[in-house]
Design a protein around this ligand. Structure first.
Ligand SMILES: NC(=O)c1ccc[n+]([C@@H]2O[C@H](COP(=O)([O-])OP(=O)(O)OC[C@H]3O[C@@H](n4cnc5c(N)ncnc54)[C@H](OP(=O)(O)O)[C@@H]3O)[C@@H](O)[C@H]2O)c1
Length: 403
């Protein structure tokens, strides 16, 4: 496979997009409307009417284009409803004649529903590849994840992945399996692997669901609305945590769409050298909630679950998988994003300061957090005292008071 960018930009005239009713799909549709002249066919489930489908796309388009949505833009979007059984997707070929590209962004992110992960991430992809062959599309773009490699010791290659030592969740396994289906299908393809998306780098605007960092912040918001926790116990790995601003994602997706050659796997990640760690993120959160003391443990198994406050115990249990993922040293090859940047891509890397913009917006727009400040600000100490627990000391540590 060529390791150089295309000499001519890619273009298609009728693009089928799956997952357009979701967060990333809406960003992609808005970006394609903005940067191509193609008609976009959104393949959605029957529950979505056109108004609901268009609302987030319109909002994103107006932000990117900086002018108002028009009837002409509206007319470029078609909606086609999925059959009840995803196995019938190839039967849509007659209705979709003229589609010359598929961007497959639908996916299941429910870590715990293995049957659904397999059905959506693997089988739906397989059925779409059959459709792609019927339609003789010029290209199949698969939106995977930067974490599809599973736990590996070396940097994630921009290539087909080998089987890892283990997977954090069945989500990563099914995304890797889907990548393999795409790459071995004989349909021209590009695989794009974004890391975890967060709000925009300039204002923190976020239009996604409670995934990634927002899942963490919402869990902490619930803890804060319950009471003031004078002390807090958690795990805060110092490994770089790759998260990606949604505006950077859109800019990189547009550039990749035009310039990445067939057969490429692109790790769409922020520069790992300036990525904050989970420890940085916790420290930043405690600047807001201001407990008197924070106990940081090396691993979740080191936390004395029985003696900490039951709501913190419940929170840590809920956040366990994400904390485990953050404890792994994820490394990525970044050849494609670097080439796009060298050729003029404007891409804002994620730093602790840009994540702060997102956290500030989250806190400002949370009624529960505002109530927390009005009820508890008088109890805030100057700054939380951070205590790093050494597992060797744990045996000798006195019983911890529950706040
Ligand atoms: N969010 C991130 O940070 C992130 C990062 C890297 C990669 N990704 C990838 O981006 C893709 C979209 O993620 P997202 O954050 O946008 O998730 P999302 O907001 O939950 O959207 C998921 C999309 O997939 C569709 N879908 C789910 N189950 C389906 C089914 N059984 N049949 C048909 N459509 C189904 C949903 O349709 P309904 O609206 O009808 O449910 C929705 O359009 C996923 O493939 C994910 O792996 C996301």
């Amino acid at each position: 496979m060529s390791r150089t960018l295309r000499s001519e930009p890619f273009s298609a005239s009728r693009i089928l997009v799956t997952g357009a009713t979701g967060y990333v799909g809406a960003l992609i549709v808005a970006s394609l409307l903005r940067d191509t002249n193609a008609r976009i066919v959104c393949l959605t489930r029957a529950a979505h009417d056109r108004t609901a489908l268009l609302a987030p796309i319109k909002e994103e388009w107006e932000t990117q284009a900086r002018y108002r949505w028009s009837a002409a833009v509206d007319a470029r979007i078609e909606q086609v409803v999925l059959p009840n059984d995803l196995a019938d997707v190839p039967n849509l070929a007659a209705r979709l004649e003229g589609v010359d590209e598929i961007v497959h962004c639908a996916g299941c992110l429910d870590y715990y529903d293995v049957a659904k992960l397999q059905a959506v991430n693997v089988f739906y992809t397989a059925h779409l590849l059959v459709l792609a062959k019927h339609l003789k599309v010029k290209r199949f773009v698969y939106v995977s994840t930067a974490y599809s490699s599973g736990y590996q010791d070396q940097p994630t290659p921009e290539d087909l992945l080998t089987e890892p030592q283990g997977d954090p969740t069945q989500y990563t396994r099914t995304k890797r399996e889907a990548e393999r289906l795409v790459a071995t299908s004989h349909v021209p393809f590009v695989v794009i692997r974004p890391s975890i998306l967060i709000g925009t780098s300039d204002t923190g605007r976020y239009s996604g669901k409670r995934y990634g960092l927002y899942q963490q912040w919402m869990g902490l918001e619930r803890l804060a609305c319950d009471r003031y926790h004078e002390e807090f116990h958690t795990v805060a790995p110092r490994m770089p945590l790759n998260v990606l601003h949604q505006d950077s994602f859109c800019e990189a997706f547009k550039a990749a769409y035009r310039w990445i050659p067939h057969g490429a796997f692109m790790n769409l990640v922020s520069d790992p050298h300036c990525s904050p760690s989970m420890r940085d993120l916790w420290d930043m959160w405690f600047e807001v909630t201001r407990p008197a003391r924070v106990y940081y443990y090396p691993t979740i198994d080191d936390v004395p679950m029985k003696s900490i406050h039951m709501r913190q115990r419940a929170y840590l249990t809920f956040a366990q998988v994400n904390l485990e993922i953050a404890s792994h040293h994820w490394q990525f090859e970044t050849g494609w994003i670097q080439q796009l940047r060298d050729n003029g891509l404007r891409f804002i890397d994620t730093t602790i300061d840009t994540v702060r913009i997102c956290q500030d917006r989250f806190v400002r727009s949370s009624d529960q957090m505002q109530k927390y400040f009005s009820e508890h600000a008088h109890r805030f100490s100057q700054a939380a005292r951070c205590i790093d627990i050494d597992p060797a000391q744990l045996q000798q540590q006195p019983a911890i008071a529950t706040a």
